[in-house]
Design a protein around this ligand. Structure first.
Ligand SMILES: [Zn+2]
Length: 213
C-alpha cells in the first residue's frame, strides 16, 4: 500500500469518518504548503507528549500535575460522581456549566451482546474508585449519576454499570464501606432517544440533569 493510501486508512479510523471523507482529508493535506504540514505534525506530537491520563477520573488532560484540575479542585462537590463514556461527553457537560461534582470516564460503551464488558469500559476501576471514596468518610459519595447516550449501546452500558454498583452495595466486596447510602441516578430524558451527549446543547444537558431519576 502506498503512503497516500495508508494516510487515508488512518483518517478512515477517526470517529465518524468514512472512506470518502478520509480521502478528502488526505488530499487536503497534500494541497497544503510544507510549513503547514510541519506545524500540523509537530502539534500532534506535542499534544500527545503533554497529555496525561488522570489516575482518578481517567480523563486526558494537558499539564504536568499528578491529577487533573477537576479532581484536585476542592470547590467541586466531592459527594457527586458523574460517569460518562468519553472525554468528549465530559467536555459537553462541563461546557453546560450545569454540574459541579466529580467525573469518571468509562472509556467507551459496551455493545449489546458483547461478552466481555471489562475489556470495553473501566468497570473495575470505577468500582475500585467508588469503594475508595466511600471508605474515606470525609468524602462520602451521595450520588452517582450515569450520563450515557440514550442509544442502545449507551443504555446497555448504563445497565451493566448499575448492576455492578448494586452488587457492590449488597455484596461482600466492600464490607467496610457500604454503598447503601449512595444513590445511583440516570440522566433524565430531556435527551431524546438516540441522543448523543457529545452533541447536546447546554440547555438540554441542564434539563436532563434536573430530570435525573
Ligand atoms: Zn481527574
Amino acid at each position: 500500500m502506498d503512503s497516500l493510501r495508508r494516510l487515508e486508512k488512518i483518517f478512515a479510523h477517526f470517529p465518524g469518518i468514512g472512506p470518502r471523507q478520509a480521502r478528502r482529508f488526505a488530499y487536503y493535506l497534500l494541497g497544503k504548503p510544507p510549513a503547514f504540514i510541519k506545524e500540523f505534525t509537530s502539534l500532534v506530537e506535542e499534544v500527545k507528549k503533554s497529555t496525561a491520563e488522570c489516575p482518578q477520573c481517567h480523563r486526558l488532560f494537558i499539564g504536568g500535575s499528578h491529577i487533573c484540575s477537576i479532581c484536585s479542585d476542592a470547590n467541586r462537590d466531592q459527594s457527586t460522581l458523574m460517569v460518562v463514556a468519553r472525554d468528549s461527553d465530559f467536555e459537553s457537560i462541563e461546557k453546560s456549566a450545569a454540574y459541579k461534582g466529580l467525573y469518571f470516564i468509562l472509556g467507551g460503551t459496551v455493545p449489546i451482546l458483547d461478552k466481555e464488558p471489562d475489556k470495553r469500559i473501566r468497570l473495575k476501576q470505577l468500582l475500585e474508585s467508588v469503594s475508595k471514596a466511600n471508605g474515606n468518610s470525609a468524602a462520602l459519595l451521595k450520588e452517582i449519576i450515569l450520563s450515557l447516550n440514550t442509544t442502545p449501546d449507551g443504555e446497555h452500558t448504563a445497565d451493566i454499570v448499575k448492576e455492578a454498583l448494586a452488587k457492590l452495595a449488597g455484596g461482600t466486596t466492600m464490607k467496610n464501606a457500604p454503598l447503601q447510602s449512595t444513590v445511583v441516578t440516570i440522566l433524565g430524558r430531556g435527551l431524546s432517544t438516540g441522543a448523543e451527549l457529545e452533541y447536546a446543547d447546554g440547555e438540554t444537558i441542564k434539563n436532563a440533569l434536573r430530570n435525573r431519576r
